[in-house]
Design a protein around this ligand. Structure first.
Ligand SMILES: [Zn+2]
Length: 413
């Protein structure tokens, strides 16, 4: 009896009886034969209700558990089916694993924790599972964590964003809490219908409690916001405005490069091609070489250097914030309008169109570092999630890493 208790602790299971432990030499694994304690038997996996038994299902099943020392381990048990009045004939719930999982809870929680805290290669190597499997586990763990938590409590200021994945072929709509910096909601799609689902989940009362919404300039976001929370001030995300400027600068750099190449200035064209990162980076992050490159651009191509300064100045507007930032924004606008660089004249036009939303963002301090870092992390995750099959796996991983849903390692809570 005492050893059964030790096994239970080793395997990290609760409400479970360990009947015996075998050494399965063919599978190179330790197998613990288990059953749920009496009170946990014949429960529906969806609603947890006690149900009449239906049949023995497909007989014995195995669930992968965390390795014991250097050996793989499994739990083995019957997997009978029950008939739930609400959910029909289903495989009965087991206390050691989530519904539909081939792994124990402890194994899945460890997978989720590692996916958030280590590299993709490390998770796979350590746990001996494919990245796609990691994705499915993340989706399952995040969904369960989310069900136990009220993520929308006290929500006042939110950011709505669309991010692309699958090399820009698919989109997610994501909602971030400006005050905690956390991702609170995400769903596949980027249109009015998708966003309506967020407000449905939030509920009317809480939608009417929102004070500020920041977003890119997408019309569908503005439309839904006006319908569901007309009282909230709509602000334009600093992140997007700065990206417009970076795109305009890139356009100028490419034109300059093309002109140099066509007129046979091969050396100049080559140098300009390498200048991309120096122009992109924030000046405080430049390496010495990149600073030298920038100085060189200032000497040989004043137009491109002016475009760079225009980009930097606009970025600065959002660093300043408040009424001073609004004055700076207007000074930038009059400079950009007269700069005779088409990409920036066009940008001045766009910024003028959206001035009200930008001013609102500046005055309400809605561009903060925490949300920006969440946005950046989300974009890194979309690349990491390339091997995942479903958007739910990407959403799961995102909710675990920037949504605060990552479970603690088993046995530490
Ligand atoms: Zn049920």
């Amino acid at each position: 009896m005492r050893s059964a208790r030790v096994w239970k602790r080793l395997l990290g299971v609760e409400h479970t009886v360990v009947e015996r432990v075998l050494d399965d030499e063919d599978a190179h694994a330790v197998v613990a034969c288990v059953r749920p304690t009496r009170s946990r038997r014949r429960r529906c996996p969806v609603c947890a209700r006690h149900c009449p038994g239906y049949d023995q299902g497909e007989g014995r099943r195995r669930w992968r558990a965390l390795d014991l020392g250097v050996v793989q381990a499994f739990l083995e048990a019957d997997a009978p089916r029950v008939r739930c009045p609400a959910h029909g004939v289903v495989v009965a719930a087991v206390p050691w694993a989530r519904h539909g999982a081939g792994f124990t809870r402890a194994f899945e929680d460890t997978t989720a924790w590692l996916a958030v805290h280590t590299s993709r290669a490390a998770v796979g190597e350590l746990l001996r599972i494919a990245w796609r499997t990691v994705g499915r586990i993340c989706a399952r763990v995040a969904a369960e964590q989310a069900a136990h938590m009220d993520r929308f409590q006290g929500l006042r200021r939110i950011g709505i964003d669309e991010i692309s994945y699958k090399k820009g072929h698919r989109y997610l709509t994501v909602v971030v809490d400006h005050d905690s910096g956390r991702l609170i909601w995400a769903a596949p799609g980027h249109n009015e219908h998708t966003l309506e689902r967020f407000f449905d989940a939030l509920g009317t009362d809480r939608s009417l409690q929102l004070t500020h919404i920041s977003a890119d300039a997408a019309e569908w976001i503005a439309k839904v916001a006006a319908r569901r929370c007309p009282q909230a001030v709509l602000c334009l995300d600093a992140f997007h405005v700065v990206k417009w400027a970076t795109d305009a600068l890139d356009q100028v750099r490419r034109q300059t490069w093309n002109t140099a190449r066509k007129s046979g200035e091969v050396a100049l064209a080559g140098q300009l091609k390498g200048a991309r990162f120096a122009l992109w980076k924030n000046p405080e992050d430049l390496t010495r070489r990149q600073r030298a490159k920038l100085a060189w651009i200032a000497r040989v191509n004043q137009r491109l250097y002016r475009a760079y300064l225009l980009k930097e100045e606009l970025r600065l507007v959002f660093k300043v914030k408040g009424p001073r930032a609004v004055a700076l924004l207007d000074a930038w606008l009059s400079w950009a309008r007269r700069c005779r660089i088409p990409a920036f004249v066009a940008l001045a036009q766009t910024v003028t169109t959206h001035r009200a939303g930008i001013v609102a963002a500046l005055l309400h301090g809605l561009s903060n570092a925490r949300v920006e870092s969440t946005n950046t992390k989300l974009r890194v995750l979309t690349r990491l999630a390339f091997g995942f099959r479903s958007p739910q796996a990407l959403i799961g991983l995102a909710m675990l890493s920037v949504g605060g849903l990552c479970p603690p390692l088993p046995g530490r809570g």
